[in-house]
Design a protein around this ligand. Structure first.
Ligand SMILES: [Zn+2]
Length: 287
């Protein structure tokens, strides 16, 4: 719509003429006379709305395939109390009392009980969680929430407690979590953003303050799709792509959400501007 000067250029595949990215495209040489240069879906130009739909449906099948056999990404982990005991950060009495309090309280994390009742420092609990999950623990002296908001939809910040912290110059994004890393969210973002995403843990109090600010930031526009079948989903998503005409778009599944992202402009440098990005999210039903 706006921004025609940048977006109406075909993504060059090395030749002067673009080829339709749909392997089953029936347009043949006719596609060369098509006027359209967008949309681009997953790096490939689609010559017609039918070809966009075919490619989106293919991507949907790919994303749904892994759904039933979600990979167990972590080995069995040592309980937090044991980690802290081994490090001699707590003694057996503290652990026993905290476990009892947790049991009789019926809720709450052991780490919280250790902090609240046994006077253990939050930093030590965070370090123990880091050991438990083999995941670095980082301090968060400064966090630029608005610069990080284009990295993911607000929904994922909210639902999975994912907090993008900062990007390094080596195309790497640090993704903070409060008490356990979510490798599925990290991997989904990695595929979507085309950069390494490194899960890290942030000590409780720092995490909560930054997470709260993050939720208030200005995120990319998002449309929530409600559909009742996979076939409907393919049609609905390709319709949105045809309407927005992005210079790039990608589809990734994150737990029980399908996340379609569309870029209206090629991101410059590491970051995309929130206003140049549009997200579509669809919750998958449990059938
Ligand atoms: Zn085609």
């Amino acid at each position: 719509m706006e921004d025609t000067a940048v977006s109406n250029r075909p993504v060059s595949t090395g030749s002067v003429l673009s080829r339709c990215a749909n392997a089953e495209c029936s347009a043949g040489w006719l596609q060369l006379f098509r006027r359209r240069t967008v949309p681009i879906f997953e790096g490939g130009w689609c010559c017609s709305s039918a070809c966009t739909q075919a490619r989106v449906e293919q991507a949907l099948r790919r994303e749904m395939e892994g759904r039933t056999r979600e990979i167990r990404l972590y080995r069995h982990r040592i309980p937090l109390g044991l980690v802290m005991l081994e490090q001699q950060w707590i003694d057996a009495g503290q652990l026993r009392r905290a476990l009892e309090a947790q049991r009789s309280g019926g809720e709450g994390r052991l780490g919280d009980w250790l902090v609240r009742q046994e006077g253990v420092s939050e930093q030590l609990v965070a370090r123990a969680l880091g050991l438990q999950w083999s995941c670095p623990v980082v301090a968060l002296p400064f966090h630029d929430a608005s610069a990080m908001a284009p990295a993911l939809p607000r929904l994922f910040v909210d639902a999975y407690g994912a907090l993008p912290l900062r990007m390094s110059s080596e195309r790497m994004l640090y993704l903070g979590f409060e008490d356990r890393p979510d490798p599925v969210v990290a991997f989904g973002m990695e595929r979507m953003l085309g950069m390494r995403v490194e899960p890290v843990l942030v000590p409780d109090a720092e995490f909560r303050a930054a997470h709260m600010r993050m939720l208030m930031a200005n995120f990319p526009r998002v449309e929530l799709l409600e559909v009742s079948s996979e076939a409907q989903l393919g049609r609905a998503m390709s319709r949105v792509i045809e309407k927005v005409r992005p210079v790039e778009s990608r589809l990734v599944r994150v737990h029980d959400f399908l996340w379609l992202r569309m870029w209206r402009r090629t991101p410059s440098g590491l970051r995309a501007d929130a206003s140049h990005v549009e997200d579509v999210i669809c919750a998958l039903t449990q059938d």
